[in-house]
Design a protein around this ligand. Structure first.
Ligand SMILES: [Zn+2]
Ligand SMILES: [Zn+2]
Length: 370
């Protein structure tokens, strides 16, 4: 029996179940003993309905663990291997993977069903199936995932560190290094300094940005942002500054070269567009609700001011290439991962961790399994 935090319906607190049955891995699947799982804003977004997924569901998609069993035909990993779980499977063979857009792997489309590649789940409780977020379900101490959703790593990396790579680091650092085209000395603005935003900031440092303007409503997050490489901070919200005016003031009235929106709200997405200079680049990283629409002056935004807007899914990552690359940067001391972990928690503390995330108290809470 596995122990897992389950979302039974949208809006409900997560329930810890001790009776979760884990079916054997099917062909092309692997059984994972979860080592650790970050608590990400997207988990909260499933709970509050921003990301629609079927319930009941085991949340958690930022994980790392040990392979304990492999199904037929699995050749990329073997029992005993440590792996990072990728919340987007990467088959390497489909139309998009063959074009280097593994983050859009066609095999990932079934994830909306809340199951694995064939749409069915391997977890159940009391005889009823439990869906698995992003084909993962890392809020369980054991899970079954597609073999194309894991990347083998060296065993010297602690699993609680490796777990963070699976979502926030690949997404944030990837947004800066893969999606955006940051030039040496550029002024970069980052709207939203949670776990992903902090990684955008350290990615912008690696990309050679000259000025990095961090924008958030929480002073605590802005302090963290400075630690991760922000050169100026702007506190917005009640009695705070206007984000666009502040960025203009900090960039000789020109606007930033590149802006990142890492929140997923219509108004901040429009601010991200308005705070870049003519010819500037806007990267959307935050996950908006399905009903968020943007209303833009088409001629000014795109033609006369020549701005470009890029969507960023999973940091435009090729996980087989980028996971080892990020771990090398960590070993070289150029990527701060230990510093992302604010709290280590038990899976039964998930609801408190959601609260701490909303209150801006943490960069990351990480569930650590025995
Ligand atoms: Zn995430
Ligand atoms: Zn593919």
């Amino acid at each position: 029996m596995a122990r897992a935090a389950v979302l039974t319906s949208v809006g409900a607190p997560l329930e810890v179940r001790e009776d979760v049955e884990v079916a054997p891995p099917g062909p092309g699947e692997v059984r994972i003993k979860t080592g650790a799982s970050g608590v990400c804003h997207s988990d909260l977004s499933v709970q509050n309905g921003t990301i629609p997924l079927p319930t009941p569901i085991v949340l958690g998609h930022e994980g790392a663990g040990t392979v304990v069993e492999v199904g037929d035909g699995v050749t990329n990993v073997a029992p005993g291997d440590h792996v990072v779980l990728s919340f987007v499977p990467s088959c390497g063979e489909c139309y998009t993977c063959r074009r280097g857009q593994n983050y859009l792997c066609e095999k990932s489309q079934m994830a909306v069903m809340g199951g694995l590649l064939d749409g069915t789940t391997r977890l159940s409780s009391g005889g009823a199936p439990l869906h698995q977020m992003a084909m993962c379900g890392t809020f369980s101490n054991e899970t079954i995932v597609p073999a194309i959703s894991v990347v083998k790593i060296d065993n010297d990396i602690p699993l609680k560190i490796a777990a963070l790579i699976g979502c926030s680091v690949l997404t944030g650092v990837g947004a800066a290094l893969n999606t955006a085209d940051i030039q040496e000395g550029d002024t970069v603005a980052v709207l939203g300094c949670g776990g992903v935003g902090l990684n955008v900031i350290q990615g912008a440092v690696l990309a050679g940005a000259g000025e990095i303007i961090a924008i958030d409503t929480f002073e605590s997050k802005l302090e963290l942002a400075k630690h991760f490489g922000a050169t100026s901070t702007v506190k917005v919200g009640d009695a705070g500054a206007d984000a666009v005016t502040a960025v203009m003031d900090l960039s000789a009235g020109r606007g930033a070269d590149v802006s990142f929106e890492v929140i997923g709200l219509g108004p901040t997405m429009e601010q991200a567009i308005n705070m870049v200079r003519s010819g500037g680049e806007v990267v959307f990283v935050g996950v908006p609700r399905m009903d968020v629409m943007l209303n833009l002056p088409a001629a000014f935004t795109f033609l006369y001011l020549n701005k470009s807007i890029k969507g960023c899914w999973y940091g435009s990552s090729v996980v087989q290439r980028d996971v080892p690359k990020l771990l090398d940067l960590y070993r070289e001391g150029r990527l701060m991962l230990n510093e992302l972990i604010s709290r280590e928690i038990d899976v039964s503390d998930i609801n408190d961790a959601f609260g701490a995330m909303q209150a801006g108290e943490v960069a990351r809470s990480v569930v650590v399994y025995e």
